[in-house]
Ligand binder design. Structure first.
Ligand SMILES: Cc1cc2nc3c(=O)[nH]c(=O)nc-3n(C[C@H](O)[C@H](O)[C@H](O)COP(=O)(O)OP(=O)(O)OC[C@H]3O[C@@H](n4cnc5c(N)ncnc54)[C@H](O)[C@@H]3O)c2cc1C
Length: 355
């Protein structure tokens, strides 16, 4: 079997394939929808300078020109195995994540309803352990099947092997770019669902509607509504969600910030004693960036953590602006904001630019 050269497109525009809406051209582009073609990739990518694995492009900052092969994963199988109280869902890496969540809620499979409306593919979801409204992918993750571009063999990663952390996993760290996630296994509930409305905005939305004992579909609807009211729709305003991770600081750092900013918002991390998460959006807002625009880029007016492309921006505009945000936060609080978005350099795919 061969990947036909007809299916590889040259000088392919990725403008509609990244939620920042950046006008990036890929030297070569392949949409991979047949798992049998995975085994052909090691040889294929060796013909190019660089390669990039693409899902929905919702966590990427692309360059103007990507000199290499972009492979979009479009593997879309879906199967379920129900038992008495739970169900195993096996979903292809190319399935749209929100559509998978909607399907599960419709089937009364509980566990991922809080992760509704997160853009992107199912294959990318474990890479940064997507999370929202008190739930993370790791909470329902069983394992995934990944194709190793170095050895040409499949490898199964279980939860332990994924080394999940806050917006992190081994596939975002030391194995970045090496494995293609072909499919993911999740374990969801079919009864006695664990409803999580611990986030104020969710509880508030449900209370407003008079829902006293919410089910998974109530939570799903509330999450969709709350997200729509707070986050920009990438179809209207280019963005990639949170641009930076929320920093985690020790007690000493928190104390020194409190001396100047007594109202600093923070959350104690349950898992690691005396460590505190500070919302990056709060830090950025305090530095005066909320709603601030610089040319075509800026911080979203309702959430400073979301960097936006108001139209016609280049990736360098976003990188420069992000650097300005980082320097201001570092000067005011002594904290380095680490990008959550994957910044793709033209000459070295996948490496985060040190802003
Ligand atoms: C409006 C908005 C809101 C968001 N809200 C949230 C949120 O609440 N929580 C959250 O965690 N994230 C959020 N995100 C970020 C983003 O949606 C997630 O990180 C998502 O999982 C990215 O999926 P994707 O398919 O678009 O990945 P891409 O952006 O295409 O790729 C991201 C990374 O994964 C790699 N990759 C993609 N698919 C595969 C695969 N099959 N195999 C191997 N590598 C692959 C890419 O090479 C790249 O390194 C938001 C983004 C937007 C635009």
């Amino acid at each position: 079997m061969q990947v036909s050269t007809d299916t590889i497109q040259s000088n392919f525009s990725l403008k509609d394939f990244n939620t920042f809406g950046l006008d990036c051209t890929a030297g070569a582009f392949l949409r991979l929808d047949n798992p049998a073609e995975l085994s052909l990739l090691p040889e294929l990518i060796s013909r190019y300078e660089n390669y990039l694995i693409l899902g929905g492009g919702s966590n990427l900052l692309l360059p103007d020109y990507f000199d290499g092969l972009v492979v979009q994963i479009a593997l879309d199988k879906l199967q379920t195995r129900e038992s008495d109280s739970d169900v195993l869902v096996n979903a292809g890496g190319g399935l749209n994540w929100h559509e998978l969540v909607a399907f599960c809620v419709k089937e009364n499979y509980g566990g991922i309803e809080n992760l509704a409306l997160i853009p992107g593919s199912t294959g990318a979801a474990p890479i940064q352990n997507i999370g929202a409204y008190g739930v993370e992918l790791k909470d329902v993750f069983v394992c995934l099947n990944a194709f190793d571009l170095q050895t040409g063999e499949y490898r199964c990663f279980n939860r332990e092997e994924m080394e999940f952390g806050y917006r992190d996993s081994v596939l975002k760290g030391r194995y970045k770019g090496r494995f293609i996630i072909a499919d993911v296994w999740l374990k969801l509930t079919t009864r006695d669902h664990r409803i999580n409305t611990s986030y104020g905005a969710l509880a508030g939305d449900l209370e407003k509607k008079g829902v006293e004992n919410p089910g998974i579909s109530d939570v799903f609807k509330a999450v969709v509504e709350v997200r729509k009211s707070k986050l920009p729709d990438p179809g209207q305003i280019g963005n990639a969600g949170s641009f930076f991770k929320n920093p985690v600081v020790d007690a000493g750092t928190l104390e020194s910030i409190q001396k100047k900013h007594s109202d600093v918002v923070f959350f104690e991390l349950q898992s690691s004693g005396m460590m505190y998460k500070i919302p990056a959006g709060w830090l950025i807002e305090r530095c005066g960036f909320k709603g601030k625009l610089k040319g075509p880029v800026g911080c979203y007016e309702k959430q400073a953590l979301v960097l936006v492309n108001r139209g016609g921006a280049k990736s360098s505009d976003l990188v420069t602006f992000a650097g300005e945000v980082q320097r201001s936060v570092a000067a005011e609080f002594g904290i380095f904001l680490e990008p959550e978005v994957n910044i793709v350099q033209p000459e070295n795919y996948g490496d985060v630019i040190s802003l």
